[in-house]
Design a protein around this ligand. Structure first.
Ligand code: KIV
Ligand code: NA
Length: 265
């Protein structure tokens, strides 16, 4: 099985073949998504919400993400693994960004890093790329800045479209190999995808992009509570696990599990 490389992202866009991505935070799901042929796995700082129980990505640290990235990178044989740089680990400037990127590359086996911001992160992206580390950019709605945006707000409406376009051009200029476009109107995502040569990876950005990514617990229907409009639940893992746990409880308390076939002589 040939490993996915950053050049395959470029080729996919040129050939009109959509790129597929999911988040993953552990070896178990990484192996499953890799076997399913998902092209890249993002060890996202969405781990803050999904795994660590925070109510945003803001508190997530590099030290928390490193063991997750190591587990994911160690479990795949084909997918390209991207490690997310958390809030506060790159904004101070190119030196800090490169130091953080070095940690992910040396300590985890990830193949690329991701950081948020367009024009404001241009110098950081350039420095990390110059050091030989592939960078995936992330523009539109960037969750680490949710307090600046005032919540989970669609970006690029009206006048805002020009800023999203300027951000896309900035990250391409800086050398990013792909860019995540989060929560932007489909028409804006289409315009951006046509305006730059590197692939766009949409999440809440409609179909006119080079690929898609979703948080795995959302696409699998494991997350509790309300889902964003852009999510499609491809399974109902929450319902299935709930049923399984209740059945287990009932069988243990009712004395039907373990049965004869589950016992040692
Ligand atoms: O952390 C994350 O899961 C992400 C994706 C939603 C793009 O950044
Ligand atoms: Na993220």
């Amino acid at each position: 099985l040939k490993r996915v490389r950053k050049r395959h992202f470029q080729q996919a866009k040129e050939n009109g073949i959509p790129i597929t991505g999911l988040t993953s935070y552990d070896a178990l799901t990484a192996a499953i998504f890799d076997e399913a042929g998902i092209d890249f796995l993002l060890v996202g700082d969405s781990a803050g919400n999904v795994v660590l129980g925070y109510d945003s990505t803001v508190p997530v640290t590099v030290d928390e993400l490193i063991p997750m990235a190591r587990a994911v990178a160690g479990a795949v044989s084909r997918a390209l693994v991207v490690a997310d740089m958390p809030f506060g680990s790159y904004e101070l400037g190119p030196d800090q960004a490169l130091q953080t990127a070095f940690r992910f590359m040396k300590e985890t086996g990830a193949h690329a890093v991701k950081l948020e911001g367009g024009e404001r992160s241009e110098e950081q992206i350039r420095r990390v790329v110059e050091a030989g580390i592939p960078v995936m950019a992330h523009i539109g709605f960037t969750p680490q800045s949710e307090h600046q945006f005032g919540g989970h707000v669609v970006q690029g409406r009206g006048e805002g479209a020009e800023q999203v376009l300027a951000d896309a051009l900035a990250v391409e200029r800086a050398g990013a190999f792909a860019v995540v476009l989060e929560m932007v109107p489909s028409e804006v995502a289409k315009r951006v995808t046509e305006a730059i040569a590197i692939p766009t990876i949409g999440i809440g950005a409609g179909p006119h992009v080079s690929g898609q990514i979703l948080v795995w617990t959302d696409f699998a229907g494991l997350t509790g509570g309300r889902y964003p409009k852009f999510v499609k639940k491809f399974a109902d893992l929450r319902g299935q696990l709930l049923d399984a746990a209740r059945e287990y409880r009932d069988e243990v308390t009712g004395g039907t599990y373990p049965g004869p076939e589950h016992q040692y002589e």
